[in-house]
Design a protein around this ligand. Structure first.
Ligand code: GLU
Length: 372
């Protein structure tokens, strides 16, 4: 059988949604989880490096506490996650143990990928686990994650993990077989889309998820695909209840929706920029600057900036838009928002006179810039 992969992916992040782990019930399904652990172990035996991104903490907490009648507050959710995360990990440890594998828990928030030091630390831990053949099992640190540092859904989390781990493939298993041309519940003509090159062209097809337990719908899965692909990982969204789904996917069977990575993976510093949160900071550049960034690999100079919006500090990651308003690049700015506002359109020689100080001629250095 011919494979859909040009080269079989070795390092794979597997995201398991709550609905996959519960099989649609209110409890984590032991047979489901054992079966998934079995497939992961088989891939591991064949030499693949497997990283699990697991949801299900809140669902496990709810079931452990016998479905308490709680308000929908953050504190209550965090309480459920605090109880459930340990149950979830106990299960993973036990089920991987059947196949002779150890697991290691990593709990992340956005803050852990935003600081360069913490990003590198998390990478080191992941590598150390993988080198010893231990399966990293990752979830969001729901217990401490407040709005400012929250990733919010495990689809986006799994994309950040793929970026961190330099994974070749991210598999998102869910309760639907993949992305369809229409909602298959309503439209008998709905067809599964087997491959997507341009995510922009399919964004409008992503309806809301129908399952009640998890957080993400199809839209967060497509967001995840955008992030992971930028960092050079291919992505597959597939149904978690298909027999041997992981083994068949890695064998190249055309299950689910495949989003091949368009480009070679960027170097590590650029991966970190891509993993950072998109802050409010936006810089619009003129056509000349857009071409210089995109095609000539240049730094961004104040002269090419036409608009600055949002608040940001020197060292923050900002979004750089072309004159058409589309995001063109992301990069780390050398001046804060107020200073750049004052420097808009001006020649770099004038910086000291305008500001009374200078951090150099460029607004965003090309080494700190990722073209999207
Ligand atoms: N981190 C949450 C949990 O483990 C799940 C979030 C999600 O499903 O996207 O319960």
């Amino acid at each position: 059988m011919s494979s859909r992969f040009p080269k079989t992916p070795q390092r794979i992040v597997i995201k398991l949604g709550t609905s996959v782990l519960t099989g649609g019930s209110r409890h984590l399904s032991q047979p489901r989880m054992v079966d998934l652990a079995r497939q992961c172990a088989e891939l591991h035996r064949r030499g693949h490096e497997i990283i699990l991104c697991t949801s299900g903490a809140i669902a496990a907490g709810r079931s452990q506490l016998d479905f308490p009648d709680l308000s929908n507050t953050i504190a209550h959710k965090q309480m459920l996650a605090a109880v459930g995360q340990t149950r979830l990990m106990l299960k993973w440890a036990r089920f991987f143990g059947i196949y002779g594998l150890d697991v290691g828990q990593i709990l992340l928030t956005h803050a852990d990928v935003e600081s360069r030091r913490r990003f590198l630390n998390a990478q080191d831990t992941l590598r150390a686990l993988l080198e010893r053949g231990i399966v990293p099992v990752i979830n969001e640190n729901d217990v401490v994650a407040t709005d400012e540092i929250k990733i919010g859904d495990n689809d986006n989390l799994s994309a950040l993990v793929a970026v961190l781990a330099e994974a070749e493939l991210l598999i998102i298993l869910t309760d639907q077989e993949g992305l369809f041309t229409a909602d298959p519940h309503d439209d008998p003509q709905a067809r599964l889309i087997t491959e997507v090159q341009e995510i922009d062209e399919v964004l409008s097809l992503a309806g809301d998820s129908r399952s009640g337990l998890g957080t993400g719908g199809m839209i967060t899965k497509l967001q995840a695909a955008v992030i992971a692909r930028r960092a050079g990982s291919s992505v597959i969204i597939a149904g978690g209840d298909q027999p041997d789904v992981l083994l068949r996917l890695i064998a190249g069977e055309p299950l689910g929706t495949y989003f091949p990575a368009p480009s070679a993976p960027p170097e590590n510093r650029k991966r970190w920029i891509l993993a950072g949160a998109v802050k409010t900071g936006r810089i619009v550049v003129d056509a000349g600057a857009a071409t210089a960034l995109r095609h000539a690999g240049r730094s961004l100079l104040p002269a090419g900036i036409t608009e600055v919006s949002g608040t940001f500090e020197r060292g923050d990651t900002v979004s750089i838009l072309g004159p058409d308003g589309l995001e063109l690049a992301r990069g780390i700015v050398r001046y804060d928002a107020t200073s750049l506002q004052a420097l808009r359109g001006c020649h770099s020689d004038e910086i000291p006179a305008r500001l009374g100080y200078t951090y150099g001629a460029v607004a965003v250095h090309r080494n700190d810039l990722v073209i999207l």
